[in-house]
Design a protein around this ligand. Structure first.
Ligand code: PMP
Ligand code: GLN
Length: 397
C-alpha cells in the first residue's frame, strides 16, 4: 500500500469519471498560454456601480457576520418583487424563497434534497456540467433527452424522446432556459409539452433560469412556473452572476412552493449554511434597477453576439447563432475534419491564441457533442474582434 493513495482510490465511486471541470482546465490553459479566454463564461467588465458600491458600503457598515440561513429578508423581498415585475409570479419571501451560493448551490440543494437513490431525473443534453455530478451524488440516474439543431440551425427536441424518457422511477425534469451551451430559448409550445408530461406523470420541474435577462432579438423568456398547473410543481432557480456581471459573488436563489423550497433548503443548509452577507444587500439593489438596465444589458450582449458570430463564420466555422445567453456553439468540422472538439480546444491556444470549451463535456452521451465547441462572448468588442482575427488567421485556408 503506497503511503499516499492514488486519487482514484480515494474518490467516491459516485464521482468516478468526473475529473476537474472543463472551466478550470481551460481557464488555467488561458492563463498559462496568455491566450484570449472565450472558454469559461465570465464578463471582462464590472457591473453597475450602484451594485458594487452597495457591497462596499455593506462591508464598511459591518454587514460581515452570518446572515439568516434563507438569506436576508431584504434580498428575498427584492427577488419576490423581481419575479412579480417581470413574470407576474407571486411569492411569499419568507416561505417560498431561499438565497444560495449561486445557482450552483441551489441546483445541488434541489437535487440532493429531492432525489432518492435509484430515482431518475430527466435532463436535456447538452447541459451545465454540475447537473450530472449532483444527480450522481444523490445516487440517482440522469436520463438524457437530446437537444439538436434542426435544418434552420435552431435547437429543438423530439417530443417522443421526452415522453419515452419517463419511467416509474422518474422524480423530476431538470430544465434550463435560456440554455447553456446552445443559447436556446425554450418556446411556449415546448414548455407546454414539458408541462403536460410533468403533470401527466406527477413530476417536479426544477428550472435553471440564470440567463433570464440575456435574451436577444425580441424573444421572451418564459418561466415554466407561469404555465397552467405548473406553479405548484416547479422550483425556479436563478442567480445574479450573469445579470450583474458578478459571477465571483456567487449569490443565487430558488423559489417556488414551500414543500419544494423546504426540501431543497434542507440539503442547502448543510452545504454552505449561509451565503455572502455583504453581497446580499448589493444584489437587492441590482434586482431593483430600472428596466433600462436590463434592456441595455441584453442589447449590448446582442451586439457582442453578432460580432462573435460574424467572426466565427468568417473563420470558416458552421456557427449556431444563439438566441440568448453569452455562448455561441460552432461545428468545427468545416475547419478541422477530424471533428474532435477536445483535441481542438487543447491545441487552440497554441494554434491561435484563443481558448474555447469542447461541448462534449455537456453531454451524457458525448458522441453527440464531439464536433461542437463553445465560445463565450461576454467580453469587450475589442477582445472579441482580436479573437476573431486570430481564428481567421489560424484557419485561413
Ligand atoms: N446554470 C447554468 C446553466 C450556468 O451556465 C451557470 C454558470 N455558471 C450556472 C448554473 C451557475 O451559476 P452560478 O455561478 O450562479 O452558480
Ligand atoms: N457558467 C459559466 C460557463 O458555463 C461558468 C461555469 C463555471 O465556471 N463553473 O462557462
Amino acid at each position: 500500500m503506497p503511503l499516499v493513495p492514488a486519487p482514484s482510490d480515494v474518490l467516491t465511486s459516485k464521482l468516478a469519471g468526473f475529473g476537474t471541470t472543463i472551466f478550470a482546465e481551460m481557464s488555467e490553459l488561458a492563463v498559462a498560454t496568455g491566450a484570449i479566454n472565450l472558454g469559461q463564461g465570465f464578463p471582462d467588465t464590472d457591473g453597475p456601480s450602484e451594485v458594487l458600491e452597495a457591497a462596499v458600503q455593506a462591508i464598511r457598515g459591518g454587514v460581515n457576520q452570518y446572515p439568516p440561513g434563507p438569506g436576508t429578508l431584504e434580498l428575498r423581498q427584492a427577488i419576490a418583487d423581481h419575479q412579480r415585475r417581470y413574470y407576474g409570479i407571486e411569492l411569499d419571501p419568507v416561505s417560498e424563497i431561499v438565497v444560495t451560493a449561486g445557482a450552483t448551490e441551489a441546483l445541488a440543494g434541489a437535487l440532493l434534497g429531492m432525489l432518492d437513490v435509484g430515482d431518475e431525473a430527466i435532463v436535456f443534453e447538452p447541459m451545465y456540467d454540475s447537473y450530472q455530478a449532483c444527480i450522481a451524488l444523490a445516487g440517482a440516474q440522469a436520463v438524457p433527452v437530446l437537444l439538436a439543431p434542426g435544418d434552420d440551425g435552431t435547437y429543438g427536441f423530439d417530443p417522443d424522446e421526452l415522453r419515452s424518457a419517463v419511467s416509474p422511477r422518474t422524480k423530476l425534469i431538470l430544465l434550463n432556459t435560456p440554455h447553456n451551451p446552445t443559447g436556446k430559448v425554450f418556446t411556449r409550445d415546448e414548455l407546454v409539452l414539458i408541462a403536460e408530461v410533468a403533470q401527466e406523470h406527477d413530476l417536479i420541474v426544477v428550472t435553471d433560469e440564470v440567463y433570464e435577462h440575456l435574451v436577444f432579438d425580441d424573444r421572451a423568456h418564459i418561466p415554466i412556473s407561469t404555465l397552467s398547473g405548473m406553479s405548484e410543481r416547479t422550483l425556479t432557480i436563478s442567480s445574479g452572476g450573469k445579470t450583474f456581471h458578478t459571477t465571483g459573488w456567487k449569490i443565487g436563489w430558488m423559489s417556488g412552493p414551500e414543500p419544494l423550497v423546504t426540501a431543497a433548503k434542507t440539503a442547502k443548509q448543510f452545504l454552505t449554511y449561509v451565503n455572502g452577507a455583504p453581497f446580499q444587500p448589493a444584489m437587492a439593489v441590482g434586482l431593483g434597477l430600472p428596466d433600462s438596465y436590463f434592456i441595455n444589458l441584453a442589447a449590448n450582449l446582442q451586439l457582442a453576439r453578432d460580432r462573435l458570430v460574424t467572426g466565427l463564420d468568417a473563420a470558416g466555422f458552421t456557427t449556431y447563432s444563439p438566441e440568448a445567453t453569452y455562448f455561441a456553439t460552432v461545428d468545427i468540422r468545416s475547419v478541422d475534419p477530424a471533428g474532435d472538439g477536445f483535441a481542438f480546444c487543447r491545441s487552440l491556444p497554441e494554434r491561435c491564441g484563443v481558448v474555447a470549451v469542447p461541448n462534449e463535456v455537456f453531454y451524457a452521451r458525448p458522441e453527440h457533442g464531439r464536433h461542437l465547441v463553445r465560445f463565450a462572448f461576454c467580453k469587450q468588442l475589442s477582445v472579441i474582434d482580436a479573437a476573431a482575427q486570430r481564428l481567421a488567421e489560424g484557419f485561413a485556408s
